[in-house]
Design a binder for this molecule. Sequence first.
Ligand code: MRU
Length: 353
Amino acid sequence: MSAQLRPIRWTQGTLYLLEQRLLPFEEVWVKCDTVEKVARAIEDMTVRGAPAIGITAAYGVAVAAVHSKAKNPASFKKEMETTIVRLRKTRPTAVNLFWALDRMQSKLDELNGTRLADQARLLEKEAVQVHKEDEALCEKLGKYGAQLLSGSRNILTHCNTGALATGGDGTALAAITTAAKRNPKLHVWVDETRPYLQGARLTAYEVAHAGIPFHLITDNMSASVMKQGKVDAIIVGADRIVSNGDTANKIGTYALAVLAKAHGIPFYVSAPTTTLDLTKKTGKEIVIEQRNPREVTHPQGYPIAKEDYPVYNPAFDVTPGKLITAIVLETGICRPPYIRSLKAALAKSKTAL
Ligand code: MRU
């Protein structure tokens, strides 16, 4: 099932998103036929995961273009730019969002002089292309990631990095599912991923459907399973990777990297080059999204603490590049020093276009 699981659908000018907040219990599709609906779907996490957010934002521009009532190219351009500004404000950390919107802006700039009647069609085509390209990137990430995991039997992962988070079969999870095809004994430790429970709700669902043996654990159990020698490798995704390899990913990732170091376990990150932000030198420059306190006091709407308690709820943390054994990109496997290997990988990805 995993190979066919696709949370983003584009049909006749309308975007449909699988409502991830209801998984794994209900499969409901949300129709997004206005820019505001697309923006809210990103903000409220109907769709989530760095590559999926980027793809959805690109379709947000396509929604605006297809439904535009603009009478001339100048007002069409203005409308598209207003759309891009709105979508840029949805979530700050995953750079894929900004990458996708910059790409839509470049396409829009290229359309200068094109007949108004053709402009919407060309923006729609670009968004579909962003989506298709991500599917192809995932396949490569699966292949390279599986090479790193080839000697590992017990793999721990955090958050959700599978089909639900991307346009294809995933990043870190694609490495696991690809490795599992070659190694039927492979077993996955799925971190619950408090407070939003992407591991418990989404990764367990994907791994179960792929037929891979797994155990769901709460985040505070990972140290214990590592100490018992029951983890051979850890692989996670990323929301933003900067020049020195510092990586923003789901809150809790940094703790895992520290634990991996303490137990001599390799710690891998897998992401497409659309997650690289080499304009930043270190992780200190990354903006970390702060989310609603209710996600902590009322997980899944269920009250576990008083609503008026003071809460700190950063959605992501930054893992120092020096704790990362290797970074898997669609161009291949990068090793330290990342300051050099990431730059070379980005250049390679551009020449591959
Ligand atoms: O808040 P989310 O669910 O969007 O966070 C998702 C993650 O942190 C993922 O690990 C990351 O985006 C990589 S998804 C391939």
